[in-house]
Design a protein around this ligand. Structure first.
Ligand code: B3K
Ligand code: ZN
Length: 868
């Protein structure tokens, strides 16, 4: 994203970075907690970062936003008002006394009025914090930047009845009773950390306790805190935490470094979770789960996110960032670590399929649109806008490339080197790559360009086989020769016609053109390139469809087989859009038939992916065709053709998997997915639709696992089946008192079909909907805007509705409003009046008085990208 300078908002540029002038190596904060008025008293040891050599001391600036200033003391003496200035951005002490001194500042905040959920805020009856990236300045005055490392101690004072539980980072030091029914709890964190990792929690919560013994024999106490009544939904999160702890010890030799690890579930939370040192805060939807109320996808997200936050303890917390431009240093790396963990704990091919699908469906469009930015952005107005799929998912792909180039053992050596060298410091991606190179004794200069180049590279592949000499060669061309040259790994396999692997090789492409060749081929081999999706690029391989069909049947790499199969479908689908007859496209039926006949050799979960038909959004993105209604119409035709042709097989698969145990094992998860996949096709078969409705409702009624129950609700909704209203009503009756389950219900009603606008308008006034809760907004408004058939309506009604929602949210929660604004990014690619109407909606947003920095930046960037 190019961050333009929208009106009065300041732009931060990477080249302007300079180290902090003043540091605050030690802080003691006392909170007098109250939902309406909390008093914060912060005591800092302040020191100059570098020796000023007798020159006069520079002023000290402390960030502070929306704080009510109360008092300032320097070295114990109260400052008179002439000695400092208070502005909208913070506090300036013009004339610091020495290069080292003590400063005490007092201010007041109101957690209750903080609906943006950044800083200290209230969620139900609990008080909690979210400080990354720049929320700390909404709590107290501070040098609020990640390269200022602080040793914190905290004293929390609160009413014992309201806030029996008072938590912060590190170790619990003591609890004291004080007069007036209050208590004071003191915490101290031995590890220096930036402000963004600071956290407190106060509330009347239930505690679930367990222990974990490290490989070296230390016992760590693990605690999960939830609202009372939810204790029985934490088993899976606790299990996930222990698995993650063990995995990081076994894989990287990393052992947890405190004696206590805490997770708190919060209902009102802007994102998934937050890795505060020793005190992770989680969106409750990523902690609370049982088989009746959570889907298999939710269980897997819990596993991945609990692990992700835990892994940050080293990659992020112990070694942190020098500045926010380098966010991907901790996020790309930690996403890669959590992906690896889940691959080890589940099925590596399935996990890779899910991760690459996410990248292609969300990151590729971001990188092709107005918000495209390198994984290290060069400027930002509001850092919260840069927690993007590019920084996270493409960032993880870049790290993965290193692991392919160096091998997993070489990667482990490199990571150890990095963590040892930079422990306790804030660094950049340069230090990371250097550590990798150093540990492996090699140099990868061009690799660094991945951090600066935006857009998805297009790589053209061509092959050549010389019948006479037996030479077979592959050439790789990066088509954008004006851009920065790259280095990327290409694992290659060459097959003979029987499916035997003749050669397996890791080729490292460098620069704009690279070539590799082999001798001794009496017949042309069939090549599989970029196996397991080895680089975040778009590959165009000019080859026969026959070869792709071959790979869809024979490739041994699970991901690449899936990818080839999808490629066959997409190519044929594209031809059908051009008006060619489906019956003339036998390859799709052929590869599906092959998969079906091979099914006993394949894991159930994996098989369900091989049999899945690409979504409307995925087809649109891959083929760059944005007429969603035409795509939907053709897709339904294809589904019906496949369903009719293989109806007996799908019935068999359904029968074989109809009964599953409600447990989270690979087999049972696979069975549930196969039930859904086969039912999905059966519903598309022309003959069985009506007969199946009754069966589906019965299945919904009898379901023992949320994945079974919800899949019916979704299916009937997507089919616009006459029984869908009954299905929604039944679901609601059963779950009306469980907000997290109702989120599935909201989403299922607006996520499909062309008529979701009316539904979303009705549901936004539903008694269970709440604009202040990010989970509700994401499931209702977000799901609507991700339903291309309704959001991109030709008359612009979908765009207008989203515009109204953004306006409403702008004053409640700007971060959530900005995230929704991003969904306009591809409106420019649409046909008819759509781009004009989208542009008008965005222009009107700019007219809102008090438009937040968050929304302003996104609107301005999109408009600029559209040339407006
Ligand atoms: N680091 C947090 C994300 C913070 C988002 C701030 N808008 C969670 C994570 O990525 O682990
Ligand atoms: Zn993270």
């Amino acid at each position: 994203m190019q961050s333009p300078s929208p009106s009065s908002f300041k732009v931060n540029y990477i080249e302007d970075y300079s180290p902090p002038v003043w540091l605050t190596p030690k802080a003691h904060i006392r909170f007098d907690l109250d939902t309406e008025n909390t008093i914060v008293r912060t005591e800092y040891e302040v020191c100059l970062n570098s020796d000023q050599n007798g020159k006069s001391l520079p002023p000290l600036f402390l960030n502070g936003e929306g704080l009510e200033f109360l008092s300032l003391r320097v070295d114990g003496a109260i400052c008179d008002p002439g000695a400092y200035q208070i502005s909208k951005e913070g506090l300036t002490l013009s004339d610091p006394p020495r290069n080292q001194f003590q400063l005490v500042v007092e201010n007041k905040i109101s957690p209750k009025r903080n609906t943006g959920l950044e800083g200290l805020y209230q969620s139900n009856s609990m008080l909690c914090t979210q400080n990354e990236p720049e929320g700390f300045r909404k709590i107290t005055y501070s040098v609020d930047r990640p390269d200022n490392m602080i040793r914190f101690s905290v004293s929390l004072v609160g009413d014992k009845e309201y806030f029996p539980i008072l938590l912060s980072n590190g170790n619990h030091i003591e609890t004291k009773e004080i007069h007036g029914g209050k208590q004071e709890v003191i915490w101290e964190d031995p590890f220096p950390k930036p402000t963004y990792l600071f956290a407190i929690v106060a509330g009347d919560l239930a505690e679930i306790r367990s222990t974990y013994t490290t490989l070296s024999g230390r016992e760590i106490v693990l605690k999960i805190f939830v609202d009372k009544g939810n204790q029985d939904k934490t088993e899976f999160a606790m299990y996930s935490l222990k698995e993650a702890m063990r995995w990081d010890e076994e894989t990287f030799g990393l052992e947890y470094d405190l004696d206590l690890y805490m997770i708190v579930a919060v209902d009102d939370f802007n994102m998934g979770a937050m890795e505060n040192k020793g005190l992770n805060l989680f969106n409750s939807k990523l902690v609370l789960a049982d088989k009746k109320s959570a889907t298999d996808e939710t269980f897997e997200s819990i596993l991945g996110v609990v692990a992700h936050e835990y892994f940050h303890n080293y990659t992020g917390n112990r070694v942190t960032l020098r500045n926010w431009f380098n966010l991907t240093l901790k996020e790309g790396l930690t996403v890669f670590r959590d992906q690896w963990f889940t691959e080890d704990k589940t099925d590596p091919a399935v996990k890779r399929i899910k991760d690459v699908t996410l990248l292609m469906d969300h990151q590729f469009p971001e990188d092709a649109g107005p918000m495209s930015h390198p994984i290290v952005p060069k400027s930002y107005v509001e850092m919260n806008n840069f927690y993007t799929v590019t920084v996270y998912e493409k960032g993880a792909e870049v790290i993965r490339m290193l692991s392919v180039i160096l091998g997993r053992e070489g990667f482990k050596k490199g990571l150890k080197n990095y963590l040892n060298r930079y422990d306790g410091q804030g660094v950049t991606y340069e230090e990371f790559i250097h550590s990798m190179e150093e540990a492996n004794q090699l140099e990868l200069p061009m690799f660094r360009n991945w951090y600066d180049r935006k857009g998805t590279p297009n790589i053209e592949v061509s092959e050549d086989w010389n019948e006479n000499t037996g030479t077979y060669s592959l050439e790789f061309t990066d088509t954008d020769k004006t851009n920065l040259p790259l280095l990327f790994p290409i694992p290659i396999a060459l097959f003979d016609a029987d499916g035997t692997v003749l050669k397996e090789e890791l080729f490292i492409a460098k620069g704009f053109k690279s070539e590799i060749n082999w001798d001794g081929f009496l017949q042309k081999p069939i090549a599989s390139v970029f196996r397991n999706f080895s680089a975040p690029v778009k590959v165009k391989f000019d080859r026969s469809r026959e070869d792709i069909v071959f790979l869809a049947k024979q490739e041994k790499d699970g991901f690449s087989r899936f990818f080839a199969l999808q490629e066959v479908i997409k190519q044929c689908f594209e031809s059908s859009l051009e008006g060619k007859e489906i019956t003339k496209m036998p390859e799709v039926l052929q590869v599906i038939e092959n998969t079906l006949s091979d099914r006993k050799n394949l894991a159930k979960d994996y098989l369900s992916y091989l049999l899945s038909f690409p979504s409307i959004g995925n087809l649109a993105e891959s083929l760059q065709v944005f007429d969603y209604e035409i795509i939907e119409k053709n897709r339904n035709l294809w589904l019906a053709t496949i369903a009719d042709r293989f109806v007996t097989n799908f019935q068999e698969i359904y029968e074989e998997n109809r009964i599953s145990l409600p447990t989270q094992t690979r087999t049972e998860i696979g069975k549930r997915r196969l039930q859904n996949t086969s039912l999905y096709y059966l519903f598309h078969s022309k003959n069985s639709l009506n007969r199946l409705g009754g069966l589906a409702l019965q299945k919904q009624r009898d379901a023992k696992h949320m994945s079974e129950e919800l899949s019916i609700v979704r299916l009937l909704s997507e089919m616009n089946h006459e029984l869908k209203a009954e299905s929604f009503a039944m679901f609601y009756e059963k779950w009306k008192s469980e907000p997290l389950v109702l989120d599935y219900w909201f989403a299922a009603q607006v996520g499909f079909g062309t008529e979701a606008l009316e539904t979303v308008r009705r549901l936004k006034d539903h008694e269970k909907f709440n604009w202040s809760n990010p989970n509700r907004v994401r499931s209702l408004i977000g799901s609507f805007a991700r339903n291309p058939l309704s959001f991109h309506k030709a008359d612009g009604s979908g765009y207008r509705f989203l515009g109204e929602s953004i306006e409403k949210l702008n004053s409640i929660n700007p971060q959530i409003a900005a995230n929704l604004t991003k969904l306009f990014q591809n409106a420019w690619l649409q046909t008819g009046q759509r781009p004009t109407i989208a542009a008008e909606v965005l222009e009107n947003l700019l007219k809102i008085p008090q438009l937040s920095r968050e929304v302003t930046e996104i609107v301005t960037t999109i408009r600029k990208g559209w040339g407006l």
